[in-house]
Write a protein of this length. Structure first.
Length: 274
C-alpha cells in the first residue's frame, strides 16, 4: 500500500491518467491525496470530478480556490469567469451529486505526520488549530447556511487572523489563507496581489512557509496553488503545483519515501491557469 500526493489537476484528465499509469496506481491498495483545484481551466473538469469521486475512500481531496469557485457559480452566487471550463459539469445529469460530494471536502487534511492544504497556513496556526478552523468552514459548507456563506465568502478583509474574529469575517480569513495564500508578513497579514515567483516580493512580505515563528513548522505540509513557484521539495514543505494547466507537468510524491513522479502536460496550454 502506498499514498501519493498529487498537485493541481485543474480538469486535466488525460495527464492524470498517464501519471497514475506511471506510478502503477492500484485502487484496491493505494491512496491518492489531491492538493486542491481538481477542477477548472483544463479541458475535462467533469471527467476528473467523476473519477476522483469514484475512488471513494481511496482519495483525499482538499478544497482549492477553483473548487470553491465552481460551488459559487453552481449556486448562482457569481457568474463564470472567462476561461472557465465548467459548462459540461454544470449541464451533467449527475451534477448535483458531484457538487454535493465536492462541498463536503475539507480545507485541510492531516494524517500520518503529514498535513495537506491547497494554499497555506498563517504563521499563528498550529496544525491542531488549523484543523479546528478548517472544521468550522466545513460545517458551514455542509450546513443550512451554505448559500448564505457563499455570498459572504469572498473579499480580502480581514487581512489578519485574530482569535476574536467571529461570523463570516472569521470564516473568510480561514478560506483566504487555506485556498489563496502565498505571502504574509510576520504578523500574519496576507497579501493577494503577488502571483509571480518568490522574487521581487512586496516589502515586508515573504512566502507564508518562511515565516520565522510559524507554529505549523513541526509537520511537513503539502500544498499547491503557486504554479509560478513550481515544484519545491524541502524537509518541511512540498509544493506540488508544477503547472500542468500551463503546459508544464503534473507531479505526484509518494509519502512513504518521497519518491517523485511526473508526466508531461505540454499538450495543455491554458491561459489563466491559477
Amino acid at each position: 500500500m502506498a499514498t501519493y500526493a498529487i498537485g493541481d489537476v485543474q480538469g486535466c484528465y488525460e495527464p492524470l491518467r498517464r501519471l497514475l499509469d506511471r506510478i502503477r496506481f492500484d485502487p484496491a491498495n493505494d491512496r491518492l491525496w489531491f492538493a486542491g483545484d481538481i477542477v477548472n481551466r483544463g479541458p475535462h473538469t467533469l471527467e476528473v470530478l467523476r473519477f476522483v469521486r469514484g475512488l471513494g475512500n481511496g482519495a483525499v481531496t482538499v478544497l482549492g480556490n477553483h473548487d470553491l469557485h465552481l460551488l459559487v457559480v453552481a449556486a448562482g452566487v457569481r457568474s463564470p469567469h472567462h476561461g472557465d471550463t465548467l459548462d459540461s459539469l454544470l449541464a451533467a445529469p449527475d451534477r448535483d451529486e458531484l457538487l454535493d460530494w465536492l462541498r463536503r471536502r475539507p480545507l485541510l487534511h492531516a494524517e500520518a505526520d503529514w498535513a495537506m492544504v491547497h494554499a497555506g497556513l498563517l504563521p499563528q496556526w498550529s496544525i491542531t488549530q488549523a484543523r479546528a478552523l478548517s472544521a468550522e468552514v466545513e460545517a458551514m459548507l455542509q450546513g443550512p447556511q451554505y448559500c448564505e456563506f457563499l455570498q459572504h465568502m469572498y473579499g480580502n478583509k480581514p487581512r489578519r487572523w485574530s482569535d476574536d474574529l467571529e461570523g463570516f469575517d472569521r470564516l473568510r480569513v480561514v478560506v483566504n489563507a487555506m485556498t489563496r495564500l502565498r505571502l504574509s508578513d510576520d504578523s500574519g497579514a496576507m497579501e493577494f496581489s503577488h502571483k509571480s515567483g518568490p522574487q521581487d516580493l512586496p516589502k515586508g512580505y515573504r512566502p507564508w512557509f518562511d515565516s520565522p515563528q510559524r507554529a505549523s513548522a513541526g509537520t511537513p505540509i503539502i500544498f499547491g496553488h503557486w504554479a509560478s513557484l513550481g515544484l519545491l521539495l524541502r524537509e518541511d514543505i512540498v509544493c506540488l503545483d508544477s503547472g500542468c494547466v500551463w503546459g508544464r507537468s503534473l507531479t505526484a510524491i509518494r509519502l512513504e519515501d518521497r519518491a517523485l513522479f511526473q508526466c508531461d502536460c505540454s499538450e495543455i496550454r491554458v491561459a489563466g491557469g491559477e
